[in-house]
Design a protein around this ligand. Sequence first.
Ligand SMILES: Cc1ncc(COP(=O)(O)O)c(C=O)c1O
Length: 296
Amino acid sequence: MAGRGVGHDPHARWRQEQFVKIWMNGELRGADEARVSVFDHGFTVADGVFETLKIQDGSAFAVRRHLERLGRSAQGMGLPAPDLEEIRNGIDEVLAANRAEIPDLGRLRVTYTAGSGPLGSDRSPGGSGPTAVVAATPMTAWPESAAVITVAWPRNERSPLAGVKSTSYAENVIALAEARRQGASEALMADTQGRLCEGTGSNVLVVMGNRIITPTLGTGALPGITRSLVIEWCGVEEMDLPWESLGDADALMLTSSTRDVQPVHRIDERDLSPLPQIARDCVTEFRRRASLDIDP
Ligand SMILES: Cc1ncc(COP(=O)(O)O)c(C=O)c1O
């Protein structure tokens, strides 16, 4: 499996951020001038939500769906409704201002936090108002396939954050670091009831015979944009699966805005290649449909 994504770092070029222009609360700034207060509740207690979009040849993919989810995430956290039109303009400005730095593939991130607040969990009514940031960096393409590990830390499908793309990602950071330590690029988790859920930054597709199945949102999995597209475009079915079904799967794939639909060639010690035809067809169909419409 050497050379198949082990050690691959999609963020290898992120340090170029110093050349990149950032949009913050309505204004375009150099990365050095785009600064968030140390009292920002997003910084102190992860009181915020975010979106990650893929940039391809100067355009961001599926902006409408991402903005809608940002609005739903903000609502889910009780944050003031973000001005989605203003943020859309911010996305356009960042894409235009960074065209030279990010000519082909990039990652665009929208972060929206509660703004300045007390040094505890309370939200202060007298705070600064929300902080909205649009940032982008170049990205290295993910390899054709991924190695994944399973981890025992559960997703809590009963958490108030279930299904919300909150900036509270430390659990994902820890699980992903463990995956990296084991030479993999993703870690899969179950929910508290022992049902397959998702990865740290991706949804999971399970191929069983002539069906491709993804866990329902009842497991606490994020309502991924790519997940919703493969349900529409590739006939992927939503169904809960016991965690143990990973052992019987004919194939696995990951979906995310930066990975698109990425086959898994190894899970823990088990080799999963070659990829069945139905899975290859799904990858091809996703690529085809995505190339037809930048904002499906
Ligand atoms: C926890 C989690 N699940 C799933 C996904 C995939 O969602 P999307 O396809 O919208 O990128 C992500 C994306 O970053 C994620 O962080």
